[in-house]
Structure formats: C-alpha cells, structure tokens
Design a protein around this ligand. Structure first.
Ligand SMILES: Nc1ncnc2c1ncn2[C@@H]1O[C@H](COP(=O)(O)OP(=O)(O)OP(=O)(O)O)[C@@H](O)[C@H]1O
Ligand SMILES: [Mg+2]
Length: 279
C-alpha cells in the first residue's frame, strides 16, 4: 500500500521526497544559526493551513510575535491564519519548575485539530531539561535501565577509582540520563499523531551532528541546512540526510530565501567540489 504523505508545499522540495513527508514522521531540521530552519518550519505550517491542515508552532525561545513577524515579511497571512484557528502559535514559558509539555501539546492538538507541528527547538528543550516532565514509555524504560545497569557494572568493574574518576562517573550518569530524556521526548513526539518538524542546532565544531548527538538516530527524517562559502560566494544548501521509507537524493541542494520564503532551485550544491577536496 502507498504511504500517506504530507506535502510541505515548499517549492522544489516535495518532489525530492516522493511527494511529501510520510504521515506521522518526526523530521529533524538540523543546522547552524540563520540557516533557515525557522522559516522552513513556518512555511510548512502556512502551506498546510492554506490547504486545510491545521498546525501548531511551538516555540521555547522566541516570542510568538517574533515568529509571526518573520512570516509577515514574506507576505504570509499569519495573523489571519491564527485568527481563524488554522495555526496556533504556542510559546512555552520556561519560568515554571515543572512543564508538562506533552499534556500541553496533546491538549492543543485536540483543541485545534492540528495535524502538523513544529517544535523550535530541541536544543532549547535540552538546555532547560530539568524543568520538563516527560512521560516514560515502559518498554523504553526497561531497555534504558538494562543499559544503565550494564554501564554501572562496567564502571564498577574498572577497579579502584580515585575521587577524580568517581566524579567523572557522576557526570557520565547525568549526561546519560539527559540524553535519555531527549530520547523519551522524541519518542513521545512520535506518539502525538501529528507530522512533526523538530528543530535543533548543530554541535559547535562538530558540523552535521545535533547537540544531543542522538536525535538524528531516533528521528525518521533529517534535513540539514547549511551556509557554505565557496570562493567568494555563499550558498545555502539543504541535504536530506535521512527520510525513512523514501527514495531520495543524498546530494546537497541549493536553496534561496526570496521575498516569498524558501525556494529550492533544483540545482545541486558544490557539484562534488567539496568531496574532491578530501583526497
Ligand atoms: N525577507 C528575507 N529575504 C531574504 N532572506 C531573509 C529574509 N528574511 C530572513 N532571511 C534570512 O533568513 C535568516 C533567518 O532564517 P531562520 O530564522 O529560519 O534561521 P534559523 O536556522 O531558524 O536560525 P536560528 O538557529 O538562529 O534560529 C536570516 O538570517 C536571513 O539571512
Ligand atoms: Mg530559528
């Protein structure tokens, strides 16, 4: 049976992924600051809303006003779409000790009949991770506990540890459990029933890898946005690094941000010049 696909409506993009994103997928938008992730996410919601599919833009860092003003620049009727209930701009306040993110999202999805969701961003979620209450999937929890137990045995078996090593072990566990929370969270996004774009940032000095280092493995799709400077010219490019169940190119594709938003020209970026530099 053919997979049901969700059209982003972004010029030049859907034809690269067999017509659209498989329904219910979590797609990670990965990239440097200013690379175009917010615009891409917003354009996906605006196009959906105009085609009768409601959406939610969830923002942790930027105000709703900031997100909407970016849309207005492109002439998108974000205010009208908000008024008619087609796009819900949802700023998550971070000044609370306990944020029940997924209860809030489920509520909002139900109220607004949304089928599309953009989460901006996982990076901000991870920075504030101690405040978020994330439900734990029993099967995943069991797996994670088993892994924890294995790690603990390894550490304990490593011989007598001086104070420095013990400290290292604590740091390791803390980091480990934070990564686990991100893991549960992404899994939970996948249970919402919406087709999601989850925005994140690249690790400093470690291009092409998300800050948490695991979301690209868990998400069903990964789109990497970048700005490359070749000779004197800077080019924006989009690479489909992953899209499960989909035949797609691995080449980086040129895109532009025009007065109407993001537009893919259909040209390949770099034409292999980057690759030849390795030899
Ligand atoms: N009207 C416009 N015309 C052309 N380019 C624009 C226009 N508006 C914004 N841009 C470009 O888009 C960039 C911002 O894109 P966007 O906000 O989507 O980036 P981002 O990847 O979300 O960045 P961050 O990680 O900082 O949130 C600006 O830095 C600018 O280069
Ligand atoms: Mg952004």
């Amino acid at each position: 049976m053919e997979l049901e696909r969700v059209k982003t409506g972004i010029p030049g993009f859907d034809n690269l992924i067999q017509g659209g994103i498989p329904k219910g997928f979590n797609v990670l938008l990965l990239g440097q600051p200013g690379a175009g992730k917010t615009i891409f996410g917003l354009q996906y919601l605006v196009n959906g809303a105009m085609a009768g599919e409601n959406g939610i833009y969830v923002s942790l860092d930027s105000s709703n006003e900031m997100v909407k003003s970016q849309g207005r620049v492109f002439g998108w009727d974000v205010d009208g779409l908000e008024k008619s209930g087609k796009i819900n701009f949802m700023k998550i306040r971070l000044d609370k000790p306990k944020i029940y993110l997924f209860d809030m999202l489920r509520d909002a999805i139900k109220k607004s009949n949304a089928t599309r969701l953009v989460f901006d961003s996982l990076a901000d979620f991870e920075i504030n991770i101690d405040q978020f209450i994330v439900p734990i999937d029993y099967n995943l929890k069991k797996e994670a506990e088993e892994e924890d137990a294995r790690n603990r045995t390894q550490l304990e078996g490593a011989g007598s540890s001086p104070a420095g090593d013990q400290m290292h072990a604590r740091v390791f566990y803390k980091g480990h459990s934070e990564r686990r929370t991100s893991y549960f969270a992404i899994n939970e996004f996948g249970n919402l029933g919406t087709t999601n774009m989850l925005i994140t940032e690249e690790q400093m000095g470690e291009e092409q890898s998300s800050i948490d280092g695991i979301s690209e493995y868990i998400c069903d799709g990964v789109l990497r946005f970048s700005i490359e400077r070749i000779a004197k010219e800077a080019t924006r490019s989009l690479t489909i690094k992953k899209m499960r169940n989909t035949d797609h190119t691995l080449d980086s594709m040129v895109f532009k941000i025009t007065q109407k938003g993001i537009h893919l020209s259909g040209d390949m970026a770099f034409q292999g010049s980057k690759v030849s530099g390795i030899t």
